[in-house]
Design a protein around this ligand. Structure first.
Ligand code: UT7
Length: 330
């Protein structure tokens, strides 16, 4: 019997989708006063995928969902729930999850979106694990998807170099042995709204945000967010590992939210994990918000890095603030 608690749920299929269109750091040099050297050393990003006009969040979700279901060997009709973490859905309403439901034919599933910024996938995974533990669902499709580049201020070099567009999906079902989600934790602190937000179509009519009404772009105080992120990622990682009944030394892979290589390196160091145990793909995609963890998990599996029986730790942090972590044995 493996070390650690007995899992309730398990990921049995993963899928991803992202736009073909690539923007390199050199391309960005033509838009704002920046350079490849600054972006690479300060963030780890070399290129990102950008949505084209007419492409929608649901388009990428549907492709990712179909791939995840195919790997899982589960039919869409067998899904009890579809939970999508996104702050950039197709429409103000209905939930983008319902558009996915219709497209894949998941007629027995309840479908809803969760707004938790970069922690959206983790919040959705938490919900799936909880539903399965409570016997309220057997098979749940969990997604994280974001098209952030249409809500990026392309004149702000502090944010426009960071983001990319993508979708990731996971089919979560009941665990039958020691493989699965050993722990999943989430949290929020609404004291820091002014450090990372987007007014967009919100109904805020009072206070400072009202002055910005009509704006549709992301605002971030990167420096401050960085500081909070490192602190919370360490704390959340330790909580997730403890709840899993493991020690950091039992972790084979750290697969964190891909926001900044320096944040990730600082987190790994605080956990005593060498960088060889850290899976990075930020150089290819930038910060894809709620899609970043399923996208990194997917690539870690496809590349043969994250093997059957190995334990991965994931931690995320985003606007809200929101955060979360999970320990999963594959
Ligand atoms: O995913 C959700 C959570 N989000 C995050 O985790 C993001 C957290 N923050 C970060 O990743 C980093 O704070 C950034 C990458 C956004 C910025 O890196 P930094 O090391 O914190 O840079 P800074 O904001 O302190 O700026 C340092 C300098 C400034 O110039 P001065 O004032 O020292 O002359 C900036 O104006 O770098 C300048 N700068 C740039 N220079 C070239 C800022 N952006 C750029 C740029 N190119 N793109």
């Amino acid at each position: 019997m493996s070390k650690g608690v007995k899992p309730v749920s398990r990921i049995v299929g993963l899928g991803v989708s992202y736009p073909d269109n690539i923007m390199t750091n050199q391309d960005l040099e033509k838009i704002v006063e920046t350079n490849d050297e600054w972006i690479t050393t300060r963030t780890g990003i070399k290129e990102r995928h950008l949505v084209k006009r007419g492409e929608r969040t649901s388009d990428f979700c549907i492709r990712a969902a179909r791939e995840a279901l195919a790997e899982a060997g589960i039919a869409a009709e067998e899904l009890d729930a579809i939970i999508l973490g996104t702050i950039s859905g197709d429409l103000r309403f209905p939930a983008t999850a319902t558009l996915i439901q219709e497209a894949i034919g998941a007629k027995n599933a309840a479908a809803w979106d969760i707004s938790a910024t970069c922690s959206g996938f983790m919040f959705s995974l938490y919900s799936a694990d909880t539903l399965i533990a409570a016997n309220r669902a057997k098979n749940v499709l969990v997604l994280g998807a974001e098209l952030l580049t249409p809500i990026t201020d392309w004149s702000d070099r502090g944010t426009c170099v960071l983001f990319g567009d993508a979708a990731g999906a996971a089919v979560v079902t009941r665990a039958t042995d020691d493989r699965g989600v050993l722990s999943v934790v989430i949290g929020s602190n609404g004291s820091y709204t002014d450090l990372l937000y987007c007014v967009g179509h919100g109904t805020s009519s009072k206070g400072e945000l009202a002055a910005l009404n009509g704006e549709r772009v992301i605002h971030m105080n990167g420096n401050e967010v960085f500081r909070h992120a490192v602190r919370m990622l360490e704390r959340t990682a330790k909580e997730a590992v403890e709840k899993a009944g493991l020690d950091p030394a039992d972790v084979d892979w750290l697969i964190p939210h891909q926001a900044n290589t320096r944040i990730i390196a600082a987190t790994a160091e605080r956990l005593g994990l060498p960088m060889e145990k850290v899976f990075l793909n930020i150089h290819k995609y930038g910060n894809t918000s709620s899609a970043s963890v399923p996208l990194a998990m997917y690539e870690a599996r496809k590349e043969g890095a994250l093997r059957d029986g190995q334990v991965m730790l994931s931690v995320v942090f985003g606007g809200g603030f929101t955060w979360g972590g999970a320990v999963i044995r594959f």
